[in-house]
Design a protein around this ligand. Structure first.
Ligand SMILES: C[S@@+](CC[C@H](N)C(=O)[O-])C[C@H]1O[C@@H](n2cnc3c(N)ncnc32)[C@H](O)[C@@H]1O
Length: 242
């Protein structure tokens, strides 16, 4: 089940505002160009920020996400219906013969169990054409991002168009590696409503991800930096080989 931050209608509506400039997405568009990808599957597409940019480039795009409230936001960005939006996850996507599947925004970390992760890799494998690529990022565990999150307790208040002022707080609630849990609390100043969202992420290291990809029928072609977050991320470029 996706967290409230993605699945609660009031939180999905303010997600993009708090997510800020998406400096991370240019690198994924460049990789799609580099690989000559025309058919792209965006797994965990959320509010559709990357899917829309991919479609703007003339690509055929399918976005899948289990959070209906986020998909509602995504559909609103696609008024002419260029993109196929699927409410589900990688295991519910049909065989698409996709050239490329992507997971941005550290979606790979939401899969907490080995089974969930393996099922996701299998679902993506079936959606890709032979020789198609899977590209995704995951935070480097050794960079210990949760320590920065725990240190930065200042609330952030934004004026969100159509919603009004919203205050966001983030608190790390548990670190039991490889799992890190945290709580977002949102206060909507217009009516005083408070909505919380609890999340847990799994931090996998480079070897663990590499091993799981090999077991899932992929060859790791490259592990790159995220240009907008140097030293923080592992960006895997894997090819479907079987
Ligand atoms: C941090 S957001 C990233 C969204 C989007 N990729 C982006 O870059 O803006 C994580 C997304 O993963 C989705 N998610 C959660 N569980 C999932 C699952 N089992 N399969 C696919 N996506 C999932 C959430 O609903 C959410 O939209």
């Amino acid at each position: 089940m996706p967290g409230a931050i993605f699945s609660h209608p009031r939180l999905a509506l303010v997600y993009d505002a708090f997510d800020g400039d998406r400096d991370d997405l240019a690198a994924y568009l460049a990789i799609a160009d580099e690989l000559g990808a025309e058919r792209v599957l965006d797994v965990g597409c959320g509010t559709g920020s990357l899917a829309v940019l991919l479609a703007d480039g003339g690509r055929t795009v399918v976005g899948v996400d289990p959070a209906e409230a986020s998909l509602e936001v995504a559909r609103a960005k696609d008024p002419t219906g260029r993109i196929t939006w699927i409410h589900g996850d990688a295991t519910t996507v049909p065989a698409l013969d996709a050239d490329l599947a992507v997971m941005t925004g550290n979606v790979a970390q939401v899969f907490l169990t080995d089974d969930d992760w393996a099922r996701t890799l299998r679902g993506i494998h079936a959606a890709l054409r032979p020789g198609g690529h899977l590209v995704f990022e995951t935070r480097r565990p050794e960079r210990r991002a949760w320590e920065d999150w725990a240190a930065d307790t200042a609330p952030v208040t934004l004026d969100v168009p159509g919603v009004g002022s919203v205050e966001q707080r983030l608190a790390v609630t548990d670190v039991s590696l490889p799992f890190v849990s945290f709580r977002h609390t949102y206060r909507f100043l217009a009516d005083g409503a408070v909505v919380t969202s609890d999340s847990t992420l799994r931090f996998r290291d480079r070897d663990e991800v590499g091993t799981s990809l090999a077991a899932g029928g992929y060859r790791v072609v490259d592990v790159r930096e995220a240009p907008d977050r140097p030293g923080r991320e592992l960006v895997f470029v894997a090819e479907r080989v079987s």
